[in-house]
Design a protein around this ligand. Structure first.
Ligand SMILES: Cc1ncc(C[n+]2csc(CCOP(=O)(O)OP(=O)(O)O)c2C)c(N)n1
Ligand SMILES: [Mg+2]
Length: 280
């Protein structure tokens, strides 16, 4: 989208939006949302060819699926900030009858949402289906998806990963939020992922790694991933992030996976995140 906009300013505003949304209703998932704020900013403000006027079928535009739906705050903030709906609606997050449910759903008809997610493990299958349908329609655009690392504990992912290689789904770029944390603790303790690169490569994917909290690395790696599409092989990006990134007392543990800051913590958090685009 806009070439002149400062992506770091956008990411900072999105981080403010995330903590304000979760604080406002005293529930939701700030940790993974904050960790992925730079990735979403890059995707929606630079990488993807997409149209905020929104059509469900996404013909002739790139499309993104969020599989780890609990990080909806960063998704909603990114959609609103890139023009899908009024930023004021972010104030309704998780409220009764809001279009911004805790986990995204399609029946709320929120522009930008194409699948329900939150029941973990399903997004890869959907992304593969969408990528195949793009091929059938002669649409050369790319399907992007995001998955949690803890989410990979769900076996459906591995069926999907195997089928993507078999079906030569080479218009798909799936990113793993490799923050090393999940709801109950570090992934190494809950369910060790071992050598994730070797696992994807064994399933015949091509694998890139990037620092998901370094905007330059994100832009360069995503461009490289795009250049690797179209050669018969699906692409995975292992994205190192820090859960809670941008707010010092939230960084470095799983504890902010799904709890809201109190008033004092909100003030401390906002003091670390200058308002750049204007609060909703
Ligand atoms: C099928 C299913 N099982 C369990 C859950 C509960 N759950 C929500 S988030 C989460 C942890 C997922 O870890 P990860 O994908 O790494 O997310 P992060 O904590 O890094 O944001 C779990 C187990 C769920 N939402 N869906
Ligand atoms: Mg995780």
């Amino acid at each position: 989208m806009e070439q002149t906009i400062d992506l770091k300013d956008v990411a900072t505003q999105i981080r403010r939006d995330i903590v304000r949304m979760v604080h406002g209703v005293q529930s939701g998932h700030p940790g993974g949302s904050l960790g992925c704020a730079d990735f979403f900013t890059a995707l929606y403000f630079r990488i993807m060819k997409h149209n905020p006027a929104f059509s469900m079928d996404a013909l002739n535009e790139d499309v993104f699926f969020l599989s780890n739906g609990h990080i909806s705050p960063v998704f909603y903030a990114s959609l609103a900030r890139s023009g899908y709906f009024d930023v004021k609606e972010l104030a309704t997050f998780r409220k009764l009858n809001s279009r911004l449910q805790g986990h995204p759903t399609t029946h709320e008809h929120l522009p930008g949402i194409r699948i329900a997610s939150g029941s973990l493990g399903q997004g890869m299958s959907v992304a593969i289906g969408a990528a195949l349908s793009k091929k059938f329609n002669g649409d050369n655009c790319i399907v992007y998806s995001l998955h949690g690392d803890g989410e990979l504990d769900e076996g459906q992912n591995w069926e999907a990963i195997m089928s993507a290689a078999h079906l030569k789904v080479d218009n798909l770029i799936s990113t793993i939020d490799w923050n090393g944390q999940q709801i109950d603790g570090p992934t190494s303790k809950v369910m060790n992922l071992g050598n994730l690169r070797a696992k994807f490569e064994a399933f015949d994917w091509q694998v890139l790694e990037m620092n998901g909290n370094d905007m330059d690395d994100i832009l360069a790696t995503m461009a490289k991933a795009k250049s690797m599409t179209g050669h018969g092989v699906p692409t995975c990006i292992l994205m190192k992030t820090e859960m809670g990134k941008g707010i010092d007392f939230m960084e470095g543990s799983h504890e902010w996976h799904g709890i809201a800051p109190n008033n004092e913590q909100l003030a401390k958090a906002l003091a670390q995140l200058p308002e750049t685009l204007g609060d909703y």
